[in-house]
Design a protein around this ligand. Structure first.
Ligand code: ACO
Length: 325
């Protein structure tokens, strides 16, 4: 009998410090940076984001999200035999945030590693966990997206610092006789490295180059809408399905206009799109599992429904995962 993987629990966590646009506009104004609630809402759909306090790391946010997902799945950390963390804001250069989180969780012993695909990290990690479960290399995986993007923002650059937030989301993915994950489609094109990057690196005990996020927003926007449509159609085709079969589109929460364009290209109504960017901002690898968990917990997304998760981010990377919840 063919072996599949299935999500059996979701969880998420947002650090308590919440900044509305008005809060951020006031903080930036004090530094001489001019922006407005109107500009941020009109261009991005973002109204608020959460920032972690100093000393709180991706593994700390991931820990809370993971505990919630394990509780929802009705299992304990010791039941996990694979741990993957998607993050671009790891606690340390090494070891991986997955190893640090594993120890905090008490899931010691199972394989644990990070996936670095920026905002596509969660769909990459979910696809890898699915492949390992299908191959018999794991039975119950914990897949986490966790970020503290506030640490790599340049708060003198109004074109980027208003866009991002911190948070974490997680799912428990278990071996199953029935699908679960129906298809996935992943891509990267390294020729676009420069349009979205944190170019600094550590050398000789110092950071050389700029350690803060740089983005060509318009280039990202144009690429994102094209590749999100392509990835969605490819994943659907692999499963013999069409956009009409999808109950909920859960895209990376970068910008409401990218989500609207993607939905339009797929001829899907915005009523079928899960939107949390207004409350979370762009939380990179955490955005999809955060949106998924909030939709599950609010009762919007129900067991048995067909979901299309889509990520796009620095690299450039992009991908989609189609699944039955
Ligand atoms: N407040 C006020 N004005 C601003 C701000 C701000 N925060 N930021 C930029 N502006 C100004 C610009 O200076 C410019 O002024 P000018 O016309 O006088 O020169 C004007 O607004 C328009 O700027 P644009 O860059 O043309 O604005 P645009 O409509 O393209 O919106 C945005 C910018 C929101 C960044 C958009 O390009 C976008 O969403 N791109 C995609 C970004 C994204 O999703 N990134 C995440 C990808 S995922 C990942 O891997 C992290």
């Amino acid at each position: 009998m063919r072996r599949y993987s299935r999500i059996t629990g979701t969880g998420s966590y947002l650090p308590p410090r919440r900044l509305t646009n008005a809060d951020l506009v006031a903080e930036l104004a004090a530094k001489g940076i001019e922006t407005s609630d109107d500009w941020i809402v009109e261009r991005t759909g973002i109204r608020a984001r959460h920032f972690a306090d100093a000393g709180v790391f991706s593994s700390d946010l991931g820990l809370e999200a993971a505990k919630n997902a394990l509780q929802a799945a009705g299992c304990s950390a010791q039941d996990i035999d694979l741990l993957i963390v998607a993050t671009s804001t790891p606690d340390m250069v090494f070891p991986s945030t997955a190893c640090i989180l594993q120890n905090k969780l008490g899931a010691n012993g199972c394989p644990a590693f990070d996936v670095q695909a920026v905002c596509s990290g969660f769909v990459y990690a979910l696809s890898i966990a699915d492949a390992m479960i299908q191959a018999g290399a794991a039975r119950r995986a914990l897949v986490v997206g966790a970020e503290v993007f506030s640490r790599i923002l340049d708060f003198t650059d109004r074109t980027t610092c208003v866009l991002f937030g911190d948070g974490a989301g997680a799912v428990v993915l278990e071996a199953s006789d029935t699908p679960g994950i129906l298809a996935s489609d992943l891509h990267a094109d390294g020729k676009h490295v420069d349009i979205l990057c944190v170019p600094g690196h550590v050398s000789g005990g110092s950071v050389l180059g700029d350690p803060l996020l740089k983005m060509d927003g318009q280039a990202v926007f144009k690429l994102a809408v094209g590749v999100l449509e392509d990835a969605a159609r490819a994943a659907l085709e692999k499963a013999g399905k069409t956009p009409a079969d999808v109950d909920w589109l859960i895209p990376h929460q970068a910008n409401i206009r990218i989500m609207q364009s993607t939905a339009k290209r797929l001829k899907m109504s915005m009523d079928k799109v899960v939107v949390t960017v207004d409350q979370h901002g762009n939380t990179s690898a955490a955005s999809i599992p955060l949106a998924l968990d909030s939709a599950v917990r609010s009762g919007k997304v129900k067991p048995g429904e067909t979901l299309l998760l889509e990520g796009v981010g620095g690299g450039f990377t992009w991908g989609a995962v189609l699944l039955n919840l």
